[in-house]
Design a protein around this ligand. Sequence first.
Ligand code: FAD
Length: 489
Amino acid sequence: MRRREFCSVTLLGGALALPRLGSSAEAATGDIAAIRLSGAATTIGSKELVEFTRGFRGAVILPASGEYEQARRVWNPMHDRRPAVIARCADANDVSRAVKFARQHDLLVAVRGGGHSFPGYSTCDGGLMIDLSAMREVRVDAARRTALVAPGAWVSDVDTATGKLGLATTMGQISDTGVAGLTLGGGYGWLSRRLGLACDNLLSADVVTADGQLRHVSASEHPDLFWAIRGGGGNFGVATSFEYRLHEQSPRVYAAYIAYPFAHLREILELFQETTARGPRELSLDLSIEAADDGAPLVAVYGCHSGDPGQGPALLAPFERIAKPYQSVHGPDTYERVQHQSDGPHLSKSFHYLKAGLVAEFTPGLVEALRAFAPSREVFVYMQNASGAVSDVSPTATAYWNRKAMVNLMVMGTWRNAADTERIRAAIRATWEKIEPFSLGFYSNLSDADPSRTGRNFGDNYARLTDLKRKYDPGNRFRLNSNIPPRGA
Ligand SMILES: Cc1cc2nc3c(=O)[nH]c(=O)nc-3n(C[C@H](O)[C@H](O)[C@H](O)COP(=O)(O)OP(=O)(O)OC[C@H]3O[C@@H](n4cnc5c(N)ncnc54)[C@H](O)[C@@H]3O)c2cc1C
């Protein structure tokens, strides 16, 4: 096995000095109240905490620490949780120690990569948060066209390091999304139509399994575990590094935003479907149903052509002809800027909720359901392209099953006032009830679905996944995810 540990704790090229808990005043705060895997209360003694931190290269952050309030935050403030202990790891050895510590105290575990989980799976109340946010290094091997990526890296870390060399791989569309959660659960983006999912470009990974062992996984080493982590999410262990295949990517692309009055929804859906079926794979289009600043409902096409930018105008001409746009902005741009165009602040201050599912076609029933939807400033529909090279891979070749979709359709809400939460969630659920019958199942990276429905989402892969879960995590320690229970549990 090739040894390739990330042992630095580098933040965007700058060294981060990590404070430690040792025999410090923090340790003297005494025992810490915590929650076991079963949900029962427990305590962790201060001596055991001190023992845990001995040899730990990162930081162990406790509720009494000044850093704790910031460290416990995740992207979606809907999930305002308080882990008993935050183990901010500096390397794979720290991760292994943290997993063993969780076993020793039978703790509930949350694993935090980029912290972008909509349903808040990367935090918990009373458990151990294994925090990978200090591990963001990206090493590109231009000759081999590979990138070795640490598990706390953001999409922008990978894009920046690879883009400098005219290379890229599929990453998500928001720059501060964690590559770890994104890749383990699949990974759609502007390049997935051409290059497949992020997990389809994974060549190998290092994973700390529930027994605390670090395993290198690839097509030839622990191939069953390598199969499972490509779509099975964080169910099988904590990934401590990812090796991706890279592809040539010109920094210049062609980007588009064309919005139409809502009355044109039907024609736009038809043209979108036709372009998705027959257009070049370099052209990736998303759709949204959103409200303009004055509240007027719009249907909008977002696009990125990652091939020759000179072809952009001709490819988008049908969208100019089909109806008079409300707004049309398209032209050459940089891939880097496109990857930042939808960013909000890191660690959002707004609340977020969504229901989502994969959709294969705009059937008449679905078109009617979408026509009945009234977007507002807070609630909109976004459809991310899920077609093209994603479907070249057999559904059983990796754990990622749902490969026949055209779009990932999301009904999303974003709001500021906590008092609006129940009203907006109810509106999203009511809209989703009408759309869900037309979906193929959910994209596990976006789901807060009832666990009893997770099986359907993994299709014929589910039985094998439950077997592998029993092999690698028989106690279901890694359960804060789109959870696959061990067979027989
Ligand atoms: C604003 C926004 C934009 C998004 N855009 C896209 C997009 O363009 N394409 C797309 O496909 N998805 C997108 N997503 C969904 C995204 O893929 C998931 O939210 C993904 O889980 C984020 O990964 P993370 O590491 O940031 O998440 P986290 O919240 O840190 O973790 C999410 C899940 O992964 C597990 N996990 C994280 N790191 C590890 C690890 N190293 N080992 C094992 N398990 C781990 C966690 O335990 C948790 O279950 C978006 C989400 C948001 C909020």
